[in-house]
Ligand binder design. Structure first.
Ligand code: SF4
Length: 236
């Protein structure tokens, strides 16, 4: 990594506090690989107008402020390229989430975008598991996976995290509501075709959708669930 010719090491832990411990140990030893730690906007955003928002709301606000066309309105974002130019050695000394936030505080550069840039060029990358498991996070990582070494700390947690990441909650009421809506669409499309001579919406397509949803409902109802409060996982 980092143009050194050695493989990049990706060190993943379940939580940020576990990563903090490892970075603390790295600070204590004399080994100095170029490093960075990845975190979310919730942890790294320093724009006081938006950083109290959470989750998707914060992501949307940030993307709105930094949108490509038009004026980029977050000055922290605007300060990132210059900062990286002036500080090419950032990450040579171990930095934690708090250190990064301190760099960006007041009118400094955005720590979140610093990490997104810096991670392409490090020897060791620290990240929570979900950055590697979730496709949404992984797609912005710029890592040569073939030549990388992945370390999963406490990997026994991994199986359940992967299962969670590939799962969705589908409440039965939602599924029933979808079936009724599909039925309504069949009727509406049929009526529309009859009255307006409008063939653009084929009722048969909605009927197929309804059939598929009914089949899904039937299959789900056949899945045995051993006890009331226990989940049930089938091999994918
Ligand atoms: S660019 Fe950085 S500081 Fe600005 S809103 Fe986005 S995450 Fe926050």
């Amino acid at each position: 990594g980092g143009g050194s010719g050695f493989p990049t090491i990706v060190y993943a832990s379940r939580t940020h506090s576990q990563l903090r411990q490892v970075i603390k140990e790295l600070k204590r030893c004399s080994y100095r690989p170029k490093m960075v730690v990845l975190g979310s906007r919730e942890q790294l955003c320093v724009n006081a107008e938006v950083n109290s928002l959470r989750g998707k709301a914060l992501t949307n606000a940030c993307q709105f402020l930094c949108k490509k066309r038009g004026k980029r309105q977050c000055n922290h974002f605007n300060g990132v390229p210059e900062f990286l130019k002036q500080n090419p050695h950032i990450g040579d000394e171990p930095v934690d989430i708090e250190d990064l936030v301190n760099i960006g505080k007041d009118s400094g550069p955005c720590p979140y975008y610093i990490t997104r840039e810096l991670h392409k060029d490090v020897d060791i990358l620290f990240a929570p598991y979900n950055y590697l498991i979730s496709n949404a996070y992984r797609k912005f990582l710029n890592i040569n996976w073939i030549d990388s070494i992945l370390i999963f700390d406490e990997a026994h947690n991994l199986e359940s995290l992967c299962a969670d990441s590939a799962s969705i909650d589908l409440p039965s009421v939602l599924l029933s509501a979808c079936i009724s809506e599909a039925q309504e669409c069949v009727q509406l499309a049929a009526a529309r075709r009859g009255s307006l001579n409008d063939g653009s919406m084929n009722p048969e397509n909605f009927a197929i959708l309804k059939g598929l949803l009914l089949k899904l409902q039937e299959l789900i109802s056949k899945v045995p669930i051993p006890k009331r409060d226990e989940g049930f996982t089938k091999p994918g």
